[in-house]
Design a protein around this ligand. Structure first.
Ligand SMILES: [Zn+2]
Length: 80
């Protein structure tokens, strides 16, 4: 199984459907087994939905990355 660091490294690409099928399967396996990353995924998806609904353009990388950084920083300071 991949580590959380490997998950985070691919996470933005995964959300934008930029990963290969093999990587996608590894990430989804990790998501199903890692609670912290599942929380990250869930929070980020919700945030992206809010951002996406407020403007109808595709989400650029420079919007997505700060969201992920913020969620990850919260997870690191609150490891419950
Ligand atoms: Zn993880």
């Amino acid at each position: 199984m991949i580590t959380c660091e490997e998950f985070f490294a691919e996470f933005a690409d995964y959300l934008e459907n930029q990963v290969s099928l093999e990587v996608r399967q590894e990430l989804e396996l990790h998501l199903s087994q890692c609670r912290a990353c599942h929380v990250l995924y869930d929070s980020t998806r919700k945030t992206i939905r809010i951002v996406s609904e407020s403007n109808s353009f595709d989400l650029p990388q420079n919007v997505l990355e700060p969201i992920i950084d913020r969620v990850m920083a919260k997870l690191r300071t609150d490891p419950s």
